[in-house]
Design a protein around this ligand. Sequence first.
Ligand code: NAG
Ligand code: NAG
Ligand code: NAG
Ligand code: NAG
Ligand code: NAG
Ligand code: NAG
Length: 537
Amino acid sequence: MRFITTVLLIQTLITILTIVESRRECIPRAGKDTPYCVCNATVCDDLEAVTKAPKGTVLLFETNKAGERLKQSTLKIQSKQNVDSETNDETIVLTIDKTVKYQKIIGFGGAFTDAAGVSLNSLPKQMATNIIRDYYSKNGIEYNMGRVPIGGADFSPRFYTYDDDHQGDFKLSTFKIQPEDYDLKMPYIKLAQNITANKLTLFGSPWSSPTWMKHEGPYGPLNGGSLIGQPGQQYFKAWANYFVKFLDAYKSNGIQFWGLTVQNEPSGVGPGKCGWNCLGFNETMERDFVKMDLGPALEAAGYGPDKLSLMIFDNGPANLPGGSGHMFNWIETILKDSETAKYIHGIAFHCYGNGEVWDDLELLHKRYPDQFGMSTECCQEFSKRETRTVMELGVWDHAQSYARDIMNNLQHWSRGWVEWNLVLDMYGEPNWANMSALAPIHVNHTANEYYKDSTFYILGHFSKFLVKDSVRVDSKADKSVGDFSYVAFVRPDDNATVLVVYNLRDKPQEFKIVDKNVGHINTQMEARSVQTYIYWD
Ligand SMILES: *[C@@H]1O[C@H](CO)[C@@H](O)[C@H](O)[C@H]1NC(C)=O
Ligand SMILES: *[C@@H]1O[C@H](CO)[C@@H](O)[C@H](O)[C@H]1NC(C)=O
Ligand SMILES: *[C@@H]1O[C@H](CO)[C@@H](O)[C@H](O)[C@H]1NC(C)=O
Ligand SMILES: *[C@@H]1O[C@H](CO)[C@@H](O)[C@H](O)[C@H]1NC(C)=O
Ligand SMILES: *[C@@H]1O[C@H](CO)[C@@H](O)[C@H](O)[C@H]1NC(C)=O
Ligand SMILES: *[C@@H]1O[C@H](CO)[C@@H](O)[C@H](O)[C@H]1NC(C)=O
C-alpha cells in the first residue's frame, strides 16, 4: 500500500514536472521576412526556467531571421588542456576575462501604458494574464522593470492629468488618480508584481502637467505649452507636489516606486520637437526645477535620494533642438551643479537618434561615475498615419535594430533597457494624438489572438539571462568584424557566465569562446542571428 502510494506520488510528480518544464514551441505565421509567433486561447509558446547545466557544458539559445526563437541547445566545453587544431583564419577568437569588471544590471522591462491596458482588456482574462506571464515570469523573458506614465501619455485613449477640473488648484486639493489607473494600469502592474520571481522595479514618468499650469504655447497647451513662471515659483512648486501626490496615491494602492524621471521628453517646442505634451523645459529649467522644487518636495515627503532613484533627461537625443550632439551639454549642465546632482541618480535616454551618442555615454561615465545610464524608452515605426493602417509584423530589421541598440547600451555603461508599450493593437494604437507604433506584442481581439514579434525574443536574449546585479566583464575579439558584436556578464547568485553575441551579416560566422577558467567553446552562428550562451564554472 505504502509502496503503491509512493509510486503513484512519484508518477504524479513526474507528470507535473513534465507539464511545467517542457517548452511549448512557437506557432509561426509568415511576416514580411521573418515569422512571428501566434498565441490564442488554447496554445502559446513559452520558455523554460534556466536551470544549471552540468560542468563542461554550455547552454546556447538562438534567434534568427530564418525563424528560430530562443531555440535551446547544449554544447561541450573543451578542456583547457585540449589544444584546438581546427581554428582557421576566419574564426573569431572571443576571450572572456572575468577579473575585469564594469557596470551592474538594474533590469529590463516595458511600459504599463493606458494603450497596453486597452489591448490587454480586449482579450479574455486568461490570455491577458498570459501576456504578462510571457514578459515577467520564469516561463517568459523574465522582465523585472516597468515604466508607468504619471497620468496620460500620448498612448492613452484621451488626454488627461490628475487635476484638470480646478483651475489654479495650487494646493492640488482636487488631485485624483483616474479610471485609467484603476482599469488599465494597476491591475497589470499588480499581476506583474505577483508573477515576477524578483521585485518589480517601477519608475514613473510624467508627460504633461495640468493645462492650467502651462502657457498656451504656439501649438496649444497640449503640445508645446511650457510651464508658467520660473523654478522656485508657485507653478513649479505645485508641479513638484503633484509627483508626491502620485507616489502617495499608488502607494495606498499597494504599488511602490523605485524611481522617477523628471519629465518625459522635456525639450523643445513645436510638433515633433516636444513629444506630444511636454513642458518645454531646457536644461537650466530642468536643473533648477530639481534643485529648487522637485528634489526638496520629494525629500520632505519621505521620497528622498536614499529612497527613490531620480533620473534626468529621459529624452531621445534626436529630439533636442540642434540634435543629438547637444545631449552631453544638457546633462552636464545639470550634473555639474552639485546642489542639483545630490538629488539625482541616473541619466535616462531614449533610443531615438542615439546612434551617435555612445562616446558621450563613455565620457559621462568617466566624469560622473556615480550616475547610472539607462535606456527608458524605445519603439519602432512611430509615426502619424493619415489613415489607420495595420502594423506590419515579422520585419527582421526591427529585431536587428533592437539587438544593436541593447548591445551598444550595455557596452557603454547602461544598467537597464526599457521598451515602450508592452502591448498594442493591430493598428499600433490607441493614441489620442493619432500616432501609432510597433510593440513586441500586438493583439487582434476579433480573432482572439496575440502575436509575439521577433523583437520580443531579442529582448529575451538579454532580459531572461541578465538578472539584476549581473556584472559586465571584459570580452575581446581577436579581430574586428562588422555587424558581429558581443557582451559578457557574470550573474550574482549562481555565478553563471552569460555571453550575448550577434552576427547580423548575410553569412554564418565561426568563432571560439575562450574563458581561462573553464576552457574553450567552438561554435558558430547562422546569418542574421542573435545568441546567448550561459555556463557555470
Ligand atoms: C489555436 O491555435 C491552434 C494552432 O493553430 C489551433 O489548433 C486551435 O484550434 C486554436 N484555438 C482556438 C481557440 O482558436
Ligand atoms: C497576487 O497574489 C496574491 C496572493 O497569492 C493574491 O491574493 C492576489 O489576488 C494576486 N493579485 C493579482 C493581481 O493577481
Ligand atoms: C532656458 O529657458 C529660460 C526661460 O526661458 C531662460 O532664461 C534660459 O536662459 C534658458 N536656458 C538655456 C540654456 O537656453
Ligand atoms: C486625430 O484624428 C481625429 C479624427 O480624424 C481628429 O478629429 C483629431 O483632431 C486628431 N487629433 C490630433 C491630435 O491630431
Ligand atoms: C484579426 O483577425 C481577424 C480574424 O482572423 C481578421 O479577419 C482580421 O483581419 C484581423 N485584424 C487585423 C487588424 O489584422
Ligand atoms: C565565481 O567564479 C569565479 C571565476 O570563475 C571564481 O573565481 C569564484 O570563486 C566563483 N565564486 C563563487 C561564489 O562560486
